[in-house]
Structure formats: structure tokens, C-alpha cells
Design a protein around this ligand. Structure first.
Ligand SMILES: [Zn+2]
Length: 134
């Protein structure tokens, strides 16, 4: 039996000054990551200091917005509508905690290819989530 992902209210993210560019880009339909100017590695969530080498030379870069489901769980209890929480590994190598949306929740599989979509939040900027790329 299919479980379609129904629309649900998404709490507004808390926007700090240091991650304002991330949310401004999300409002424009772009997914940003941070890349280190010293070690060259990409990280998520965005931080002022590189989590690998502690450099403060981090810069914003745009992600392709595509990735693979690393793992997921469909939440059915204690929520008005079922939804899928997931870790998605982006093609840039970072892993995001996110939701899988606009799909049959019973058809999701680890390893599925997904692409980013931005869903409105309750009074805040849109939030990046993922949907099957097929
Ligand atoms: Zn670094």
C-alpha cells in the first residue's frame, strides 16, 4: 500500500548571521555548502571554521543539488501526517539530515538518487529537502 507524502507544516529555521547567505540562497532555489580555502574540503552544515583543519578561510559554493539516500526512516506516530526523515549524501561528498518529499514513502530505498527541492517553512525561509530524481 502506498503512503503518499502529504504536505505538512515545517517550522521556521533559526537564521544566524553567519548562515544568512545559506538561507538567502535557499529562497532563490540554490543550495549552498562551505568549502575550505586551506584544505579544500567541503562541509555541511555551514560553519565559519573548517571542521577538518580549523581554518577560517571557508567560502560558500553552490551544490549541484543531487545526491543519494544514505538512510531514512518514515515517521508515522505522533505526527499529523507521515513523513520521511533521511540522511542524503550529496554528490559533493557531504551528508545532510533532511526530509524526503513528493514521493511514495513506501517506495523509498537506500541508494535512491534524489534532487533538492525547497519547501516553504512557517514564517521563515524555504528549507532544502529531497525528492526522487527519476
Ligand atoms: Zn580546512
Amino acid at each position: 500500500m502506498a503512503t503518499p507524502a502529504a504536505p505538512r507544516t515545517i517550522a521556521a529555521p533559526v537564521v544566524e548571521a553567519s548562515d544568512r547567505p545559506f538561507w538567502d540562497a535557499a529562497a532563490a532555489g540554490r543550495l549552498l555548502l562551505k568549502r575550505c580555502g586551506d584544505c579544500g574540503r567541503t562541509h555541511f552544515y555551514p560553519r565559519p571554521l573548517c571542521p577538518f583543519c580549523s581554518s577560517d578561510r571557508t567560502e560558500w559554493c553552490e551544490a549541484a543539488g543531487t545526491g543519494t539516500v544514505y538512510t531514512f526512516s518514515v515517521m508515522r506516530r505522533g505526527t499529523p501526517v507521515p513523513y520521511a526523515i533521511a540522511y542524503v549524501t550529496l554528490d559533493e561528498g557531504v551528508t545532510m539530515l533532511t526530509n524526503l518529499v513528493d514521493c511514495d514513502l513506501d517506495a523509498i530505498r537506500i541508494g535512491d538518487r534524489v534532487r533538492v527541492v525547497f519547501k516553504p517553512s512557517d514564517g521563515g525561509p524555504p528549507v532544502p529537502m529531497f525528492t526522487p530524481a527519476r
